[in-house]
Write a protein that binds this ligand. Structure first.
Ligand code: NDP
Length: 292
């Protein structure tokens, strides 16, 4: 293997230790960071994500509230629940695990969460703040990728970054975060013509496609940094990314594995955002003299 491995697992562990220390300090000051996670229905993948979020919250000493609602819940009932949490002082972050059932409008749900508690960073106010370079909750997966690169000491400014994928939760914000760090960014998607000729120009290549082994070595410039966001099952049912790791690792300069790459960073940044929200609340309570 010629590429250096970027271990999301190790970087996430380091970050989680830092977060746990800050959580303890915040608790001493009188605020326990709290995250509410709403799960609608019984999708097994969603349930497993929600369980790990709850577990991580507890590990880091945060208050965790898991709300399980039946598949049959109406949109209005879900909106009422969100409203309740918006006004709950113990809760600093609210997350509705996506996807929600078809009869519920995802956009209405995302927009119902107070932007100051939108620790997923999906609310249009946070998206707009991110785009204009203001302080915002950044979406956890793309934010996690940025932290991985920073922790590894990989320079971003002036680099050509190619992002394959343009979803609202991964691809689009990923490119924006690189742009905010002065990279030159190109997006590729399902309508891109001759995709390889573009990905081969990338100093940093991010795959967020959702197709097992989509990025083969002929997509990659020698020495490039290859970040694999994909979480897929291959034909044998084994967890795999969007990158053909075994072959690409011989050509890339740096590479992230799946599992143990971007995945662990996503949950960590969710905890980071919840802590950030709680810190803001503490500052407010201190500035108004409600806590000394
Ligand atoms: P989406 O399905 O929403 O988006 C996939 C993107 O890939 C789209 O923009 C699509 O283009 C593009 N695409 C699809 N086929 C091709 C193709 N043949 N050539 C070029 N582009 C193509 O997926 P997500 O963004 O939500 O997720 C992407 C992957 O990341 C998935 O494997 C998902 O499981 C994983 N993921 C991992 C997370 C983590 O924590 N590590 C968190 C979130 C997601 P178009 O827009 O034109 O349709």
């Amino acid at each position: 293997m010629s590429a250096k491995l970027i271990s999301g697992k190790e970087i996430a562990l380091k970050k989680k230790n830092e977060i746990a220390k800050e959580v303890e300090a915040l608790k001493q000051a009188g605020v326990t960071p709290g995250l509410a996670v709403i799960l609608v229905g019984n999708n097994p993948a969603s349930r497993s994500y929600v369980t790990s979020k709850e577990k991580t919250c507890k590990e880091l000493g945060m208050h965790s509230l898991l709300i399980e609602l039946p598949e049959t819940i109406t949109e209005q009932e879900l909106l009422n629940k969100i409203d309740e949490l918006n006004h709950d002082d113990k809760i600093h972050g609210i997350l509705v695990q996506l996807p929600v059932p078809d009869h519920i409008n995802e956009t209405s749900i995302i927009e119902a969460i107070y932007p100051d508690k939108d620790v997923d960073g999906f609310h249009p106010i946070n998206v707009g703040r991110m785009m204009t370079g203001q302080d915002a909750f950044l979406p956890c997966t793309p934010y996690g990728v940025m932290i991985m690169l920073k922790e590894t000491g990989i320079e971003i400014e002036g680099k050509h970054v190619v992002v394959v994928g343009r979803s609202n939760i991964v691809g689009k914000p990923q490119g924006q975060l690189f742009l905010n760090e002065n990279a030159t960014v190109t997006y590729c998607h399902s309508r891109t013509v001759d995709i390889k000729s573009i990905t081969k120009q990338a100093d940093i290549l991010v795959a967020a496609v959702g197709k097992p082994y989509f990025i083969t070595e002929d997509f990659v410039k020698p020495g490039a940094v290859v970040i694999d966001v994909g979480i897929n099952r291959n034909s044998e049912g084994k967890l795999c990314g969007d990158v053909d790791f075994e072959n690409v690792k011989e050509k890339a300069g740096y590479i992230t594995p799946v599992p143990g790459g971007v995945g662990p960073m996503t949950i960590t940044m969710l905890m980071f955002n919840t802590l950030k929200s709680a810190k803001k609340v503490l500052q407010k309570l201190q500035s108004t003299g409600q806590i000394r």
